[in-house]
Ligand binder design. Structure first.
Ligand code: NAP
Length: 305
């Protein structure tokens, strides 16, 4: 076995697991995806992570986590994990063109934005359709944009987009928002933000780029055409767990099922952060999970020694 533990995923939970595993003197490799950035990295301003009363940029916070994990000895590699296979006394982690082996595994692969699944979404992706305001917001200077969704992400991103856009219209399928009250208050007070309630986007239209959306009121079934230069979709997340195939128990949405100690259905494999089934998905809970997963992993390895 090359490693005591391999951590898959370089977000808050994976990096915290790296810090704890390395401090426990476990030989630790963290495999981070190039193609799927963690959500925190694409968050402009995180204001509910303790210790930063003025908030902190997500990219900067994650860089600090990474420096800390490296300092204690976590090794890093960028690769895409395709499979995990049992290989006694541990596991094989199969990537695009390499196989790593470890006595234990911590899965910290997070979750990715869900698609809206409407005509035009794929056609205009990168040409007006976006899933990340922090990444693409500046491209919409003085334009009118639409935000789809009513959760924390939609509200945070709508507020962020007002830095660039002339107007931001939040289209939500109900008449009550899901997002945290403080974000609701801020969005409601922002003069650049308007809301369209009880409505869904049924199509994204344009020529070379997005020029508008078709909206359907879910109560009246009335359809309207709405002009806009961009569509930001924030309708929740799906866990990045497809690579697990049937190796571990997952719920109907694909979230990995773990016990209180972050142990999955297979001894020696732990899961933490947004890829696991849990109530509250935040940077702070991801970090807590990462610490628990690494500590459980340490105990598991000691019991096998
Ligand atoms: P979310 O909480 O699942 O909200 C998704 C939103 O999209 C909901 O308002 C939902 O409507 C709507 N939606 C879902 N499918 C839709 C569809 N097909 N068409 C139209 N609308 C649709 O997702 P999220 O906002 O990305 O947040 C994910 C997690 O991250 C949450 O736990 C959240 O608290 C957390 N988060 C926290 C912060 C923060 O603390 N600052 C920031 C970002 C995210 P309904 O309301 O009708 O279901």
């Amino acid at each position: 076995m090359n490693y005591d533990v391999i951590i898959i995923g370089g977000g808050p939970s994976g990096l915290t697991a790296g810090i704890y595993a390395s401090r426990a003197r476990l030989k630790t490799l963290l495999i981070e995806s190039v193609s799927i950035p963690c959500q925190a990295v694409t968050t402009d301003h995180i204001e509910n992570y303790p210790g930063f009363p003025d908030g902190v940029n997500g990219f900067e916070l994650i860089e600090k986590f990474k420096v800390q994990a490296m300092k204690f000895g976590t090794e890093f590699v960028s690769d895409e994990v395709k499979d995990i296979k049992e290989s006694k006394p541990g596991w094989q982690i199969v990537t695009e063109d390499k196989t790593y082996t470890a006595l234990s595994v911590i899965i910290a692969t997070g979750a990715s934005p869900k698609r809206l699944d409407v005509p035009g979404e794929d056609k205009f992706r990168g040409r007006g359709v976006s899933y990340c305001g922090t990444c693409d917001g500046a491209l919409f200077k003085d334009k009118e944009v639409v935000v789809v969704g009513g959760g924390d992400t939609a509200l945070e991103e709508a507020i962020f987009l007002t830095r660039f856009a002339k107007k931001v219209t939040v289209i939500h399928r109900r008449n009550a928002l899901r997002g945290t009250k403080i974000l609701q208050e801020r969005a409601a007070a922002n003069k650049k933000i308007e809301f369209i309630w009880d409505s869904v986007v049924s199509e994204i239209v344009g020529a070379n780029k997005v020029t508008g959306v078709k909206i359907k009121n879910v109560k009246t079934n009335a359809g309207t055409d709405f002009s806009c230069g961009g569509v930001f979709i924030f309708v929740g997340y799906a866990p990045n767990t497809d690579f697990l195939k049937n190796e571990l128990s997952r719920d109907e949405s694909g979230y990995v099922i773990v016990d209180d100690n972050c142990l999955t259905s297979k001894p020696g494999i732990f899961a933490c952060g947004d890829c696991r089934k849990k109530l509250l998905k935040q940077v702070v809970t991801a970090c807590g999970d990462g610490a628990i997963a690494a500590f459980s992993c340490q105990h598991y390895l000691e019991s096998k020694a």
